[in-house]
Write a protein that binds this ligand. Sequence first.
Ligand code: NAP
Length: 283
Amino acid sequence: MREKTALVTGANKGIGLEIARQLGGKGFRLWLGCRDPGRGERAAIELRKAGVDARALLLDVTSDASVAKAASTFGEASNHLDVLVNNAGIDIGGFALPREQRVDDIRAIYEVNTFGPIRVTQAFLPFLEKAGSARIVMMSSSLGSITSALDPTSETYGVNRLGYNSSKSALNMITVLFAKTLAAHGIKVNAANPGYTGTDLNEHHGPRTVEEGAAIAVRLATIGPACPTAGFFRRPLQQPSPPRVVTAPGDRRLLVRFPGMRYRGGTFVRDGRFHGSRSLWHR
Ligand SMILES: NC(=O)c1ccc[n+]([C@@H]2O[C@H](COP(=O)([O-])OP(=O)(O)OC[C@H]3O[C@@H](n4cnc5c(N)ncnc54)[C@H](OP(=O)(O)O)[C@@H]3O)[C@@H](O)[C@H]2O)c1
């Protein structure tokens, strides 16, 4: 039987490393797309120690040349790719308001979060098509939801990060357009929202663990032929129901309660600016 192969971008740490670990546990041969060879090799060694068939693949998602070289290196070892997880992502610019965020910063975010997944998907399509029923997962975010951005009861209402949020909104459309046009090849393309997960991306403020954050991407990477394509999926079904906003009328602070978690703090919004949310939720 031919081996199952998976490529995860940004796989040297955070949710990406955990996605690779969980896919490895399901019998996939893992290619860890990493922009730094040292960090990539260290991650591959860590996963191999855990019994995963893992190898580092030098891949900077912002570079056409790097992505083309990575596809060529992959092609020397394998002619098919069963799973691609476009996970690499960044956010820069701190808590700048939309009127303040530098266009150069926004452009840099788009290079990784938006153009990166397009670049990598296009380069690896020949291998994905050969797999017969490949799965592509785009790591999106609730911050990309235009519905949530307009909903004052949403936990993300006060998070107005121009570059990051819009990069993920665009990624959602990219997901849909790839899904529609690749369906004839048996390929399913879905967007995963890991939830607010403690990683370097948010200085480990997110209350969810990487194991929880990775679960939805792993599920979408391994769905069967009857499952949907072109969707946006949050957390697995057993996760708690949506948070409840408990802000008093006239209070400018936005306080959010998560069902099943003990409340110790909140997310603060003043003058439309997000003032941070710390890891204040405990199960
Ligand atoms: N954490 C959350 O709460 C959360 C919520 C919603 C969505 N997400 C999304 O989930 C994904 C993973 O985030 P995370 O929280 O695990 O972040 P993380 O711990 O900061 O990891 C990000 C990964 O992306 C890699 N990366 C950055 N720029 C790259 C480039 N140009 N080429 C290749 N790899 C690059 C990083 O590599 P280096 O180590 O070399 O920098 C790192 O491996 C992102 O797409 C993020 O937007 C996260």
